[in-house]
Write a protein that binds this ligand. Structure first.
Ligand SMILES: O=P(O)(O)OC[C@H]1O[C@H](OP(=O)(O)OP(=O)(O)O)[C@H](O)[C@@H]1O
Length: 204
C-alpha cells in the first residue's frame, strides 16, 4: 500500500468511527481541505498542496525518540555556541510540552537538563462545553517561569499562538519554541523565535 493509500484508509476508518473532518485533520496532521479530498477524491479535483509527516518509526521507540529530543536540545546548545542565540532565550527554567505529541519530547529534554516540566493542553483537546486551554495540574505551574515550548509539528502555527498567549496571560515568559518539523517555514510566532530541526518549504 502506498503512503497515499494508507492515508486514505486511515481517514476513512476515522470517518467510519464517527470522527468529523476537523477531528481527522487534527489526527492526521493535515488540513481539513486535504482530509475532504482524501475522503471524497472527486474526479477532476486536484489533491490539495499539503504534506503529511509520518515519524512513527522514530516516535515508536524510546531510544530513537530520546535521540531526537537530544537533537532538539543540541540544536539549541549549538546556537549558543555560535553566538546567534538571543541571550533572553538562555536561563529558561521550565519546558512546556504541548499535548499530546510534544509531551514525550519535552519530558526527555526536561529530564536531561534538570528543568521543570509543564504540560499545556490546547483548547481543541478540551472536553468542556466552552473549550479552553489549560496547564495540567499534575505537572509544574508556569506563573513566573521563563519557558521553552516544545512540540513536534508546526502546521499553521495556531496551537503555538494559543500556547504563547495562554502562558503570557498566566504570568509566564515564553522565550523560545523548539519543534521537530516546521511546515510553515516561520522564524517566529507572537514574537517568540522558533527553532526547528526540519523546515519544509514549497518550491514554485
Ligand atoms: O500549527 P497547528 O496548525 O496548530 O498544528 C500543529 C499542532 O497539531 C498537532 O497536534 P494535534 O492537535 O494533532 O494533537 P497531537 O499532539 O495529539 O498529535 C501537532 O502536534 C501540533 O500541536
Amino acid at each position: 500500500m502506498s503512503a497515499l493509500e494508507d492515508l486514505i484508509t486511515k481517514a476513512k476508518a476515522l470517518q467510519a468511527e464517527g470522527h468529523t473532518p476537523d477531528q481527522i485533520s487534527d489526527e492526521l496532521g493535515l488540513s481539513t481541505e486535504t482530509v475532504t479530498w482524501l475522503l471524497t477524491q472527486q474526479k477532476g479535483v486536484e489533491p490539495p498542496k499539503d504534506v503529511h509527516i509520518d515519524w512513527t518509526a522514530v516516535a515508536s521507540h524510546g531510544t530513537l525518540l530520546a535521540e531526537m529530543a537530544m537533537m532538539m536540545l543540541k540544536r539549541f546548545l549549538y546556537l549558543t555556541d555560535d553566538g546567534s542565540l538571543d541571550r533572553e532565550e538562555e536561563g529558561a527554567g521550565t519546558v512546556v510540552g504541548i499535548a499530546q505529541s510534544g509531551v514525550p519530547l519535552a519530558t526527555l529534554i526536561a529530564a536531561e537538563e534538570g528543568l521543570r516540566l509543564a504540560i499545556y493542553l490546547p483548547a481543541k483537546h478540551s472536553r468542556s462545553e466552552t473549550p479552553t486551554g489549560s496547564i495540567w495540574g499534575t505537572f509544574s505551574a508556569i506563573t513566573g517561569q521563563r519557558c521553552i515550548i516544545v512540540d513536534d509539528v508546526v502546521t499553521t502555527g495556531a496551537t503555538l499562538s494559543e500556547t504563547i498567549n495562554f502562558l503570557r496571560r498566566h504570568g509566564a515568559t515564553p522565550v523560545a519554541v523548539w519543534s521537530l518539523f516546521d511546515k510553515r517555514g516561520i522564524r517566529e510566532v507572537e514574537g517568540v523565535p522558533i527553532h526547528s530541526l526540519f523546515v519544509i518549504s514549497w518550491l514554485g
